[in-house]
Design a protein around this ligand. Sequence first.
Ligand SMILES: NC(=O)c1ccc[n+]([C@@H]2O[C@H](COP(=O)([O-])OP(=O)(O)OC[C@H]3O[C@@H](n4cnc5c(N)ncnc54)[C@H](OP(=O)(O)O)[C@@H]3O)[C@@H](O)[C@H]2O)c1
Length: 338
Amino acid sequence: MIQVVNLALLGFGSVGRALVELLIQKRAALKAEHGLEWRITALASRRLGCWVTTGGGFDPERLRQGQFVPAERLPTTDVGAWLDASRAGVLIETTTLNPHTGQPAIDHLRMALERHMHAITANKGPVVHAYPDLSALAKAQDRRFLFESSVMDGVPIFGLFRETLPMAELRTFYGILNSTTTVILEAIEKGADWEDGIREAQALGVAEADPSADIDGWDAAVKVTALANVLMGAGLHLDQVSREGIRGLDPAEVRTAHEMGSPYRLVSRIERAEDGSLRASVRPERVTGALAQVQGTSSLIHFETDVLGGLTLIEHHPRPEMTAYGLLADLVRAVTRD
Ligand SMILES: NC(=O)c1ccc[n+]([C@@H]2O[C@H](COP(=O)([O-])OP(=O)(O)OC[C@H]3O[C@@H](n4cnc5c(N)ncnc54)[C@H](OP(=O)(O)O)[C@@H]3O)[C@@H](O)[C@H]2O)c1
């Protein structure tokens, strides 16, 4: 039996566009392996406005060229009204991260769940600031709230624990979760100054025009909070992460550390204190072993569990296509129930 799923895309930047490409690429396999057909029936972004379709949804080939046909632009920017008109069974949310509140993405995901849609996001903000609420709402609505690509792109971290490690207790973890700082530190190791290092990261497309969220450790702190809250039920608030960025490092010291084989990297950690409480930190450390091998935009996370001991995942050179894969994997999970 074929299931046709209507999708509403909120956000149409690098990740949203990569998802459309991947959906087109995997169309035949989704049908053959999962009996699944998809239509994009609604699309919205801040500047593009709120678009809806009738019949079979957007023409995907024209959509990938940025042409919204056959479709109608609603005379409103109200996301609730757009969802009401969307005919969608799934909202895929890929809007910009607001690290401090997670809004307005939290409200948008909530609106989708209230309308009995599955809610899937690549955005870390809602995971950090509203994971318990959105999960409870999804459960009450018999829908799914999924966010695999919000940390380390398409690498299956949340699904790994949820689906393949039943009863495993995650005790601690550490990793290099922010690639902009690695790219900047590597440039400094090769002789660049701070400004050149930042420009190099911007040229690679990994750093924002204002890279302070990366340099000051906010991005890594958001990731460590999301992981600790979902995988360990830590109930951490972002402010509880002890956070020190790379801004205070002396370039000469960065180069010396590199020459000695133990370079500085921005390391995120969850550790357990003697009383069993969890301590979260993000700070520059001199690293060795696997952490010292992480290069460029790659990331690494190491988990310590009670049953498997250490388990390390490395993501090599991420691209928006990999984030799109995390969304696609969540879509398949959401609509093909066991
Ligand atoms: N890039 C990656 O590989 C990657 C990896 C992991 C996670 N993520 C996360 O995925 C999300 C999307 O990333 P991206 O690289 O695709 O970003 P992007 O290229 O900047 O695109 C963001 C999109 O969100 C839209 N948007 C922002 N605020 C909005 C609002 N309030 N209402 C409606 N639309 C809004 C933007 O619309 P306008 O252009 O119209 O303003 C744009 O279409 C972010 O949360 C990011 O942290 C990205």
